[in-house]
Design a protein around this ligand. Structure first.
Ligand code: SF4
Length: 303
């Protein structure tokens, strides 16, 4: 029903449907539904078994790694461009190792995003930040090597996203399309600006029976957001790459750390880009060819 609603709402517009799964449940019916309707998806996984089982426990208190691992070939059977999304917490900041692990597992796109959970233990704190930034530097060196040496480049977000900003000179005026060009539908059919706001009733922007509530505060806030009007962003060098930060993170007293992470990753992206441009022309061209293929794709970064 929700699927038909979305298709019906945008029948005259180019649009896509995507979902994130924890990868623990899959069957032939779901697989053919994904395939027949050209739905894209990503799997949440926070690392190898020890980290995944610790961070993503099932209701029966067992870890979820074995199930994901067992289901992975089935997911691969409907997508040869399979992507994984890893939520970074103080317990899995080893980005280089995660990259190598996911690469071995056959993922073609890897996204890293900071955890903005209400569970304090899982949030990156000031004391974790120095180590995380060092990990980012180690990882950027490994990723640079990967781009130089490997024939097929694995897309890593947010690097890939910032490469697009740098190379095509784009400007982002908001972090992502949340509430503007992107919205999420809850299992009860309620509409929210993005998946992170689901179940937070004060951020409900409509429902599938009545459509968007154009007069509600969160709907207006998202539609009117522009980084140019954000006081704290005015002097930030990463302003047009970041677009003002994730709206959800602003409500979790988390934005200071998130800003430092964003700026560091953007700085490292500039470094990778410059290294390739000045010292590795053929690898640079390989990267540009890949970016050119998706030149017209919308800049959407999910967190
Ligand atoms: S990094 Fe922080 S200060 Fe800079 S644009 Fe993003 S939200 Fe604003």
């Amino acid at each position: 029903m929700k699927f038909n609603y979305t298709r019906g709402l945008f029948k005259d517009k180019k649009h896509g449907i995507t979902f994130t799964t924890n990868g623990t449940i899959i069957n032939d019916e779901i697989l053919s539904f994904i395939k027949n309707n050209k739905i894209s998806f990503q799997i949440s996984c926070d690392g190898p078994q020890k980290q995944q089982d610790f961070l993503r426990t099932m209701v029966n208190n067992k870890g979820s790694f074995k199930l994901i691992d067992k289901n992975l070939p089935k997911f691969k059977s409907v997508s040869n461009n399979i992507s994984v999304r890893s939520t970074i917490t103080p317990y899995n900041m080893n980005l280089s190792e995660l990259f190598e692990f996911f690469q071995k597992k056959g993922f073609k796109k890897i996204a890293f995003g900071l955890c903005s959970s209400s569970i304090n233990d899982l949030i990156i704190k000031e004391k974790d930040l120095p180590n995380l930034l060092i990990e980012c530097e180690k990882f950027s060196e490994i990723y640079l090597k990967h781009i130089i040496e490997e024939e097929k480049i694995i897309e890593v977000y947010p690097f890939k996203f910032y490469f697009q900003i740098l190379h095509f000179g784009r400007k982002k005026t908001s972090f992502c399309g949340a509430g503007k060009s992107l919205f999420s539908v809850s299992t009860e059919g309620k509409l929210f600006s993005c998946h992170r706001f689901i179940e937070n009733e004060s951020y409900k922007i409509g429902d599938i029976k009545n459509g968007f509530d154009e007069r509600c505060k969160p709907r207006k806030e998202f539609l009117n957001f522009n980084v140019e009007n954000e006081k704290k962003c005015k002097k930030c060098f990463a302003k047009y790459a970041c677009g003002g930060g994730c709206a959800h993170e602003k409500f979790t007293s988390f934005s200071k750390i998130s800003c430092q992470f964003t700026r560091h990753i953007f700085y490292l992206t500039i470094w990778i880009y410059a290294e390739l441009l000045t010292k590795h022309p053929s690898a640079f061209q390989k990267l540009i060819d890949k970016l050119e293929k998706k030149k017209n794709s919308k800049l959407v970064l999910t967190s």
